[in-house]
Design a protein around this ligand. Structure first.
Ligand SMILES: Cc1cc2nc3c(=O)[nH]c(=O)nc-3n(C[C@H](O)[C@H](O)[C@H](O)COP(=O)(O)OP(=O)(O)OC[C@H]3O[C@@H](n4cnc5c(N)ncnc54)[C@H](O)[C@@H]3O)c2cc1C
Length: 407
C-alpha cells in the first residue's frame, strides 16, 4: 500500500493549501467579524466557484466524462483533508454534501432525461439539491421504518410525509425523497421504498422551517430543513432507478461519502491542532514560560498527533480498499473509520478549545464553531453505535461457530 501522492497531485495539494489559507480563511474572518450569514457570503463564494471552475478545480471526485477531475478515492481523500480545513472548502470546489452524493447516484442510477434536467445543472453548479430520508417520528438509524408514502395515481406519484434534517433544502432546486411505494402489509421492508426526485417548486413541497441546531437555524446551503410533503404530485418518471431500489441506492450514496466526511474531519483536526500548538507556544503563564512547557499540554499535543496520524492512515486505507475492490467489499473499513474518526475529531477539537481557555469559546477562532457543529459527525450517515455493531458483526463472521445467531 502506498498513499504517497504523485508529484502532480502533491503540487496541486500545495496550491490548494495556499488557496485555503489565503482565500478562504479571510472569508471566514469576514463572516464572523461582520456578523454575516452564509447567504451574505454567497456572492463571494459564487465568484470563487466560477474562478475554481475556470482553472479546473471542480468536481474532483467525479469522472472526467462528467466534467470532473476523476480523482481516485485515495487522491480525493487527500484533497478533502486540505479543503476540510475551511467550511467553505468543499463548496468552493462543488464537492459538498448533499450535492456530491446526489450527483453520484444520479450518475449511477439516473436516466437520460433526469441527467439532462437535474444532473447537468448540479455539475455546472447552477443549482443545489437535498436528500430527504430522515423523519422526526421514526428512528433514522433504521430507515426501513418510515411513514412517508408515495401512492401511484395514473402516471404520477402522490407523496405524503414528514421529513427533517433534509440538509440544504433551503434554496435547493430539488429533493431526492425516500418514500414507501409498496404498501402491501407483507412487502419486503428492504424493497418497498423508492427514491423520487421532487422539484421544490412542486405544490405540496413545504419547507416548514430550518431547524435550529446548536443555537443557529442557518440558511441556504448551511441549513437543515423540516419538510412536509402534502399531496405532493410528481410524475412516476421522476423515480430514480427502479421502483423499490431506495435502500440499494442509499448504500451507494453513503460509501465514498463517508470517506469524504472522514477526510474533511481530518482537515478540521489539523486546523485545530495547528491553532492549539501555536497557542501553546505563545501563551505565557508567567514571563518566559509558555503553556507548551506544561506536561498536560504536551500530552494533549502528543495524543492528538498520534490520533490524527492513525485516523488519517485508517481513512486512506479504507479509500485504497474502495479503489481496489469496491465500496461493498470495504464496508467493514468504512464503518470502522466513520465512528473512529468522528471520535478523534471530537477529542482534538475539545483539547484545542481547552488549551485556548476562554479564547477557545469565542468566535474569534473556528474551534467553537467546530465544537458546536461537528458534534453531529457521530450521528449523521449512521450513528457511532450502528457502525460499531455493523463492523463487529462483519468481524465476528470470521470467528463464527455457525450456531450463534448474529442479529
Ligand atoms: C447535521 C445533520 C445532518 C443531517 N443531514 C441529513 C440529510 O441531509 N438527509 C437526511 O435524510 N437525514 C439527515 N440527517 C439525519 C441523520 O441521517 C439521522 O440523524 C441519523 O440517521 C440518526 O437517526 P435519528 O436522528 O432519527 O436517531 P435515532 O435513529 O432515533 O437514534 C438515536 C440514537 O440511538 C442510538 N442508536 C440508534 N440505533 C442503534 C442501534 N442499532 N444500537 C444501539 N444504539 C443505537 C444512537 O446513539 C443514536 O444516536 C442529518 C443529521 C444531522 C445531525
Amino acid at each position: 500500500m502506498d498513499f504517497a501522492p504523485s508529484e502532480e497531485l502533491q503540487e496541486f495539494l500545495g496550491h490548494v493549501s495556499r488557496y485555503v489559507h489565503e482565500e478562504l480563511y479571510p472569508l471566514e474572518e469576514e463572516m464572523v467579524q461582520e456578523h454575516k450569514s452564509w447567504l451574505d457570503m454567497e456572492p463571494k463564494l459564487q465568484q470563487l466557484r466560477a474562478e475554481n471552475r475556470a482553472r479546473g478545480w471542480w468536481l474532483p471526485q467525479i469522472g472526467e466524462n462528467y466534467g470532473g477531475l476523476g480523482l481516485s478515492v485515495v487522491d480525493h481523500g487527500l484533497l478533502c483533508a486540505e479543503l476540510g480545513k475551511s467550511p467553505f472548502g468543499f463548496y468552493s470546489f462543488n464537492c459538498q454534501a448533499p450535492d456530491a452524493g446526489n450527483i453520484e447516484i444520479l450518475i449511477e442510477h439516473g436516466n437520460d432525461a433526469q441527467k439532462k434536467v437535474y444532473l447537468q445543472r448540479l455539475l455546472d453548479g447552477e443549482i443545489r439539491s437535498c436528500f430527504s430520508m430522515t423523519e422526526p417520528e421514526h428512528a433514522g438509524s433504521n430507515p426501513v421504518h418510515m411513514s412517508t408514502r408515495a401512492v401511484r395515481d395514473g402516471d404520477d406519484w402522490v407523496i405524503n410525509g414528514h421529513k427533517w434534517f433534509t440538509s440544504s433544502a433551503d434554496g435547493a432546486e430539488f429533493a431526492i425523497v425516500m418514500a414507501v411505494t409498496d404498501n402491501a402489509p407483507d412487502a419486503n421492508p428492504y424493497t418497498r421504498a423508492s427514491m423520487i426526485i421532487v422539484p421544490t417548486s412542486t405544490p405540496g413541497f413545504i419547507l416548514e422551517r430550518n431547524v435550529s441546531v446548536m443555537g443557529h437555524a442557518g440558511e441556504g446551503h448551511a441549513s437543515h430543513g423540516e419538510v412536509r410533503y402534502d399531496n405532493c404530485r410528481v410524475p412516476v418518471a421522476n423515480t430514480l432507478g427502479d421502483v423499490g431500489m431506495a435502500f440499494a441506492i442509499a448504500q451507494d450514496r453513503l460509501g465514498p461519502g463517508r470517506i469524504h466526511h472522514c477526510m474533511r474531519w481530518i482537515g478540521i483536526c489539523e486546523r485545530c491542532f495547528d491553532i492549539m500548538c501555536n497557542h501553546a507556544m505563545m501563551r505565557e503563564l508567567s514571563p518566559g514560560r509558555t503553556l507548551s512547557t506544561k506536561q498536560f499540554v504536551q500530552g494533549w499535543i502528543a495524543e492528538s498527533r498520534a490520533e490524527i496520524n492513525a485516523a488519517r492512515l485508517s481513512v486512506l486505507h479504507a479509500a485504497w480498499k474502495i479503489d481496489k475492490v469496491g465500496k461493498k467489499a470495504a464496508r467493514e473499513e468504512i464503518s470502522l473509520i466513520k465512528f473512529h474518526v468522528a471520535g478523534v475529531m471530537q477529542r482534538v477539537i475539545d483539547r484545542a478549545l481547552q488549551c485556548l481557555g476562554a479564547a477557545g469559546m469565542t468566535d474569534d477562532f473556528p474551534i467553537s464553531k467546530y465544537y458546536r457543529h461537528e458534534r453531529a459527525a457521530r450521528i449523521y450517515d449512521g450513528p457511532d453505535e450502528v457502525h460499531k455493531v455493523s463492523a463487529a458483526k462483519q468481524i465476528l463472521k470470521r470467528y463464527a461457530v455457525e450456531t450463534v445467531p448474529m442479529s
